[in-house]
Write a protein of this length. Structure first.
Length: 115
C-alpha cells in the first residue's frame, strides 16, 4: 500500500477545480453539483483509494498530485456521482496516460483496496 501525501493530493484536487472552472462556459454547470467542499472531500477520498491501491511502497509525489487533478475532473464530469469512479475504473482509465508518461509512472500490481 502506497503512502499518501495529502498536501500533494489536495493541491491536485484544487488544480482540477481551477481547470474545470476555466472551462465552465463550455458545459460544466457548477450550480448543479454538490458543494465544493463536498466535491473536494470526495475527490480526495477517491484519489486516496486509487493511490493506496497501488502495490508500490511509494507513488511519486507528482503522480499523486496529477491523480488528484484527474480524479477531480472525472468527478465533475460525472456530476458528483461516485458510483462509477472506483479505484479499478480510475486505474483502468489512467493506465494509458501513465504508460505515455513513462515506466516510472506505471502502477504496480493492484493491492487490495482498504475499507
Amino acid at each position: 500500500m502506497a503512502v499518501i501525501d495529502s498536501i500533494r493530493v489536495y493541491r491536485g484536487v484544487y488544480a482540477g477545480f481551477a481547470l474545470a472552472m476555466s472551462e465552465a462556459s463550455q458545459g460544466v454547470h457548477f450550480e448543479s453539483l454538490p458543494s465544493s467542499d463536498e466535491l473536494a472531500g470526495q475527490a480526495f477520498r477517491l484519489a486516496k483509494e486509487l493511490i493506496e491501491s497501488d502495490a508500490r511502497a511509494a507513488v511519486p509525489d507528482a503522480q499523486q498530485e496529477l491523480a488528484g487533478v484527474l480524479v477531480c475532473l472525472a468527478l465533475i464530469e460525472h456530476e458528483g456521482r461516485t458510483e462509477e469512479l472506483t479505484p479499478d475504473a480510475l486505474r483502468d482509465g489512467l493506465s494509458g496516460l501513465w504508460a505515455l508518461l513513462g515506466g516510472r509512472w506505471s502502477p504496480g500490481e493492484s493491492a487490495p483496496v482498504p475499507g
